[in-house]
Design a protein around this ligand. Structure first.
Ligand SMILES: [Zn+2]
Length: 251
């Protein structure tokens, strides 16, 4: 178990390194595969020795070998977070067909969070294939039935469709597609729990930012990271949360 968790963790570091490339390049429409990694400040190519997840960052003391410019701390952070969440997902799901499906969802949610925080967009190139992948993977091998997945897409996307319609643009189409993607992966019941967690956590953080005047009333607070948080909680503890919610309020 420990050895397996270590293997999953190392796999997570490698995936996290790839997610850093996605976060940096997807919003700009650049290729993920070519050219290889380069310093954004001086353009020097980064060799494999300086591209080892987490370790290289500390070996280089957070500075580019060529120009000495700072390397963003989000690079090791994304790698460590991906490794940690991959291990957590493995501990929750075990060696089941649900594990690769869960890891794919976690990876997508990390990339979406990074991109939304940096660029205030939730890219279709992740969510649209994500909707399809969630539905297909669940239909073939997952614990969520194909019907539950379809209802999840309709419920997760539909709620945002109504919000966008009523508020005339209070939420974006990116949020709607992410809601549909969570539904495809998690099924409609757990997806609704995820949306509830997103609304509660997002509302709480927005209230704190307003009260501490860290943000003004007009400043947008990206909702994607909170949807990602809700989706993660739904993936890892969805059934438990659902049982608790129905037990507390469903009578
Ligand atoms: Zn440089």
């Amino acid at each position: 178990m420990l050895a397996a968790a270590a293997v999953i963790g190392i796999f997570g570091l490698a995936v996290g390194s790839f997610l850093n490339v996605c976060i940096a390049r997807l919003p700009e429409g650049k290729s993920l595969w070519w050219p290889g990694s380069a310093c954004p400040l001086c353009g020097a190519a980064i060799g494999w020795r300086d591209n080892v997840p987490v370790l290289s960052y500390f070996a280089l003391r957070g500075r580019c070998r060529a120009c000495g410019g700072p390397i963003a701390w989000r690079y090791p952070l994304v790698e460590v977070v991906t490794a940690g969440l991959f291990v957590l997902t493995f501990l929750r799901l075990g060696w089941t067909p649900d594990l690769p499906i869960g890891l794919a969802l976690v990876a997508a949610l990390i990339a979406i969070t990074g991109i939304d925080l940096l660029h205030q967009i939730i890219p279709d190139v992740i969510t649209v294939p994500g909707i399809l992948l969630g539905f297909l993977a669940n239909s073939l091998a997952g614990r969520v039935s194909w019907l539950d997945s379809v209802l999840g897409i309709l419920a997760g996307g539909g709620i945002f469709f109504v919000i966008i319609f009523v508020s005339k643009g209070g939420m974006g189409g990116g949020d709607m597609k992410l809601g549909a993607m969570l539904g495809a992966f998690l099924g409609w019941k757990v997806a609704l729990i995820s949306l509830l967690i997103a609304v509660l956590s997002g509302g709480g953080v927005a209230a704190v930012l307003l009260l501490t005047r860290a943000r003004g009333r007009k400043d947008p607070v990206p909702f994607g990271p909170f949807l990602a948080l809700g989706g993660l909680a739904g993936l890892l503890w969805g059934e438990t949360l659902l049982a608790w919610y129905v037990g507390s309020f469903g009578r």
